[in-house]
Design a protein around this ligand. Structure first.
Ligand SMILES: [Zn+2]
Length: 234
């Protein structure tokens, strides 16, 4: 059977996009916001249920005389395993792990808005995934430099490259210390959440995607070489 060049390319493209696309959600409309709508809604808190404020935004990033630094985001305190959602629909630009943030996710949204979620116990998305307001991107934890604290998500947001107070996007409750209720409940949402986090390995999670990404890269190279041959034979 003779395969036509165009059907061959179509097949390659569909194979590549199925690999690159991961588990992308169906295309969603960008939130209907203009830049001056930032404070007027269209955004959600990354935790849909109850959470407490363990530390608010403080833009004075430099070391202050009292030895304390400013705070680049808000610490959203909730039991480890509590699901996290993006502040708005967008595309995952990075998932990774480091000593400071632990397991982290970065998301690019419409209108020059970018968000960062740190100290996650598990991560459910991969770089390149499209996310909606209902996509669980991971769960609250205390990975990174938060290992000695009650679980929380350090959340920060940039607007046009400028670090911005999350309070411009969703309402932030006043700062509170750990309540008697929280102490009673303990740091985990459930045993299941704890087991899931123990089984989670960020390196594996990322390298799994890299494997499919490198396969996609190879297919793209084949398609590219194939197109060159077709061009030359014209
Ligand atoms: Zn923080």
């Amino acid at each position: 059977m003779v395969v036509s060049p165009s059907s061959m390319i179509d097949k390659l493209i569909s194979e590549v996009s199925s690999l690159v696309g991961g588990h992308s959600a169906p295309a969603t409309k960008a939130p209907a916001t203009r830049s001056n709508d930032v404070a007027t809604g269209g955004y959600q808190a990354p935790i849909k249920g109850n959470w407490a404020n363990s530390g608010g935004f403080d833009s004075s990033g430099a070391l202050r005389p009292n030895g304390r630094r400013g705070h680049s985001g808000v610490d959203m305190r909730a039991p480890a395993g509590t699901p996290l959602y993006p502040m708005a629909p967008g595309v995952v630009t990075n998932v990774g792990t480091d000593q400071l943030g632990g397991n982290v996710v970065n998301i690019q949204h419409a209108n020059g808005v970018r968000t960062y979620y740190a100290h996650l116990s598990t991560v459910k998305v991969q770089k390149g995934d499209q996310v909606t307001n209902d996509t669980v991107i991971g769960a609250v934890g205390n990975t990174g430099n938060a290992s000695a604290t009650y679980p929380h998500c350090h959340f920060q947001v940039w607007k046009d490259g400028q670090l911005t107070d999350p309070a411009h996007f969703f309402s932030i409750p006043p700062y509170t210390n750990l309540s008697a209720e929280e102490k009673k409940q303990g740091p985990w949402l459930s045993d299941q959440a704890r087991q899931e986090a123990q089984a989670f390995n960020m390196q594996d999670h990322v390298s799994q995607k890299n494997k499919t990404a490198s396969k996609a890269d190879k297919l793209l190279k084949i398609a590219f070489e194939y197109c060159k041959i077709i061009d030359q034979s014209k």
